[in-house]
Design a protein around this ligand. Structure first.
Ligand code: TXA
Ligand code: MG
Length: 313
């Protein structure tokens, strides 16, 4: 049995003693373990049902801890860290000795992020005071399914697979709602591996460099075609039929007999409610959800990326 708690001190100790702690971040909930403990990290894979060769992101309290995990850090990566941490951005960098194969999926690089959610900030700070070096955390959902943005969703998805001593840390829901932007910083210029709230324009502005997108130099599980999927079939940009669920901006009217799952007024709101809306569709046992893609670049592009994966056959 696992336990929901608001006690950050208890959660930091749970991590230090090799247990799992699901915790809120500003993007989505993470399922955390001590990133230097191979047994604890192996349990993440077991609880998620995730293939063993998928690398994990290491979460640290501030950029001060970056050099424990990463070396030969290019200047542009430091500029990005300076500008966007704490925040929804993961940097892929050359790994140090500390980042073992069980974290990196045997790649020579490691993913590192400093989340800004106050609960994750406090948890990571306290964990490092206890001697911890970083928290490995994938999104807290079953592999291939929709990420979680609330402690209730984590309970539904993972509580059954967690053990005595594991915890789910409660905190304000994830407000961004989609996973961090992943930027490969192992080359001479930044490459976006997964779009998110930190956009290519923002990266270009800060680094003054060209930013490549859609590169697949390294393995990213989110880049597999089918991912982020609910049980319901997701179709994009079609006319919703009676009995379908509908995810669309508030200016799209709901056809008769269609179940409206959300009516976001902005793209930020769209990202924020996307995963909870897909989960709602499953709770309502809908067989089909029509999603009308938001237009534009930046965050809208990241939403279209997740919708494309949710709707992949
Ligand atoms: O917003 C987020 O990034 C959330 C929160 C919890 O921080 N985490 C998250 O983790 O989305 P996950 O494991 O669901 O997705 C992380 C992605 C995976 O697709 C993984 O393959 C990729 O990051 N990744 C991690 N380390 C990597 C590395 N060294 N090289 C390439 N990709 C890496
Ligand atoms: Mg994930």
């Amino acid at each position: 049995m696992s336990k929901i708690t608001t006690d950050i001190e208890l959660a930091a100790h749970a991590l230090a003693s090799g247990n799992l702690v699901a915790f809120p971040t500003e993007t989505v909930y993470g399922l955390g373990a001590d990133a230097t403990n191979p047994v604890a990290v192996a349990r993440i894979y077991a609880v998620k049902g995730r293939p063993l060769n998928h690398p994990l992101i290491v979460h640290i309290p501030s950029a001060d801890f970056l050099t424990s995990w990463a070396k030969d850090i290019p200047k542009y990566a430091l500029q990005l860290a300076d500008s966007f941490w704490p925040g929804p951005m993961t940097l892929i960098l050359k790994r140090t000795e500390l980042a073992k194969d069980f974290i990196t999926g045997s790649q020579d690089s490691v993913g590192v992020r400093v989340p800004s959610h106050p609960v994750s900030q406090e948890l990571l700070a306290r964990f490092t005071e206890l001697g911890g070096k970083g928290v490995a955390a994938p999104s807290a959902n079953k592999f291939g399914r929709v990420s979680t943005t609330s402690s209730v969703a984590v309970m539904e998805d993972l509580a059954g697979s967690m053990q005595e001593g594991d915890l789910i840390l409660e905190g304000a829901d994830s407000d961004i709602g989609i996973e961090s932007t992943i930027i490969d910083c192992t080359g001479s210029t930044p490459a976006i591996l997964r779009p998110g709230a930190i956009t290519s324009d923002m990266i270009r502005k800060v680094t003054g460099l060209e930013v490549s997108e859609g590169d697949s130099r390294v393995r990213v599980s989110g880049s597999m075609d089918k991912h982020y999927s609910p049980m319901a079939k997701v179709v994009l940009d079609e006319l919703a039929q009676p009995g379908d669920g509908l995810i669309a901006m508030s200016d799209v009217v709901t056809p008769q007999g269609v179940i409206r799952l959300c009516e976001p007024r902005t793209v930020e709101e769209y990202a924020s409610v996307l995963y909870s809306s897909l989960r709602l569709a499953d709770q309502l046992k809908l067989t089909r959800v029509v999603a009308i893609s938001p237009s534009g670049d930046g965050l809208a592009l990241a939403i279209r990326n997740r919708l494309a994966k949710a709707s992949a056959e």
